[in-house]
Design a protein around this ligand. Structure first.
Ligand code: AMP
Ligand code: GLY
Length: 436
């Protein structure tokens, strides 16, 4: 089998690494990839947004399976374009990708399907939204741009004043462009967040082991939100009973509701959840693997991923054996460029990669890297996802940070507390609601 992975981050490196291990896979291409995928697979210099050229390449190379990493090409209809050419692609169609690409669509679907989520109100423009917050009691809300805004179109507000400023940023100043055509205002939820991902063909749902991301930039969850500064799996916050509850009350009704909407969902259904006192509630859905959650998840997955993704494209997930997981924990620490998530410089040579990779049970996934004169240099905000296995979460953490300490470039930094949140949950669990 020949596979094409679309994208260039840590998630795509992990996908290429894992898919290449399949005995059924002869060759893996990554478009456009990074310095890490170049050593794992063959990079193809076509942008993830250039759908016509990707189609042309896949036809010419007779690619058997295309796997899409990021949300933007999915929302732009990459799956529809490949399917129209009779090519086999794993991911949701444009209509199904609205689950991530339109928060208004997602929230209405959740309401219709009776899936637990924050109370919400939707608005077509600034005027109505401003009237709404001014006319209500002053309370913490979250203001969200409807469309894709690289994770930045979500503004968590403590009070009315902040909500007004957020509405103006999104709908008057239009900081997120057309993503701000519509707005969602949500009740603000409290609790800890977890990521539950599932692979589905629209009929069968194969839930992955739970994971937890670390979105804020600095230790102790301080600072601005990022794409994710680290992740680990399994997440003891979501025990087996909770995972089962999430499947039954969140994943299954969502997949059914998408079928009823005439937008059958095939791909990765990623539920971003808040574990509230009233039980798990959906913050958002993503329609792809999470980055960096994908890295520790694939480090632990023992099942042949190519087989699972291919089976999904044939609507044959039902016939697969249950997934097999390494019982050990995996921790991924993101190393970032100085200045990220704001402005940062690139082009700094990275040293110590080979030594770090020689450590047992460590894999350094590249995110923002490129090759310059044969040398690996930084090329993005999130540069590496240093991932390690360990018998326990603290041991996996220790292994990951041992590797991190061997890697250097000018301005490199990382959070020092990735996975510490897990420790609190090895003891107590909040009860689950009894009703559906
Ligand atoms: P989203 O892209 O919708 O997941 O939002 C990004 C981040 O904003 C989430 O990971 C949460 O930390 C936060 N967030 C989103 N919605 C809410 C909410 N209703 N209450 C509290 N925090 C939220
Ligand atoms: N790690 C969060 C995301 O992939 O959106």
């Amino acid at each position: 089998m020949k596979i094409l992975v679309v994208g260039s981050g840590g998630r795509e490196h992990a996908l290429a690494w894992k898919l290449r291990q399949s005995p059924r896979v002869k060759q893996v291409f990554v478009a456009p990839g990074n310095a890490g995928t170049a050593s794992e697979a063959a990079n193809v210099s076509i942008s993830a947004s250039d759908i016509p050229r990707l189609v042309q390449f896949a036809r010419h190379e007779r690619i058997d399976l295309i796997v899409v990493g990021p949300e933007a090409p999915l929302a732009a209809g990459i799956v529809d374009a490949f399917q129209a050419e009779g090519l086999r692609i794993f991911g949701p169609t444009r209509a199904a990708a609205d689950l991530e690409a339109s928060k208004v669509f997602c929230k209405h679907l959740l309401r219709k399907a009776n899936v637990p989520t924050a109370e919400f109100w939707t608005f077509l423009g600034a005027e109505d939204a401003l009237k709404f917050v001014s006319g209500r009691e002053d309370m913490p809300v979250v203001v969200k741009a409807d469309g894709l805004a690289a994770g930045k179109g979500v503004i968590v507000c403590d009070n009315r004043e902040e909500a007004i400023a957020a509405i103006k940023r999104i709908a008057v100043e239009r900081q997120f462009g057309a993503a701000g055509d519509r707005l969602v205002i949500e009740e603000r939820l409290h609790g800890e967040e977890a990521s539950v991902l599932a692979i589905t063909d629209g009929r069968t749902i194969v839930t992955l082991s739970p994971a937890q991301d670390h979105k804020p930039a600095y230790d102790g969850d301080q600072g601005p939100n990022t794409g994710g500064m680290g992740a680990y799996s399994p997440a003891p916050l979501v025990d087996d009973a909770t995972l089962h509850w999430i499947e039954e009350h969140i994943l299954v009704p969502t997949v059914h509701a998408m079928n009823r909407e005439g937008r059958p969902f095939l791909g990765v259904l990623y539920a971003g959840l808040m574990m509230t006192h009233q039980g798990p509630k959906v913050l958002e859905f993503n329609v792809r693997f999470g980055d960096p959650e994908c890295q520790p998840l694939l480090m632990r997955l023992r099942t042949d991923l190519a087989e699972v993704l291919e089976a999904a494209t044939y609507n044959r997930l039902e016939s697969l054996e249950p997934l097999e997981w390494d019982p050990r924990a995996a921790v991924c620490v993101v190393m970032a460029s100085r200045g990220y998530p704001d402005e940062y410089q690139t082009g700094f040579p990275i040293r110590g990669l080979e030594q770090a990779e020689q450590l047992p049970d460590v894999k350094v996934f590249h995110a923002g890297t490129t090759l310059k004169d044969g040398q690996v240099v930084t090329a993005g905000g999130r540069v590496l996802g240093v991932t390690a296995l360990g018998d326990t979460i603290p041991q996996a953490k220790l292994h990951a940070y041992t590797a991190v300490r061997m890697i250097r470039w000018e301005g490199a930094w990382c959070r020092k507390d990735i996975s510490d949140k897990a420790l609190r949950h090895l003891v107590s669990q909040p009860p689950l609601p009894q009703t559906s």
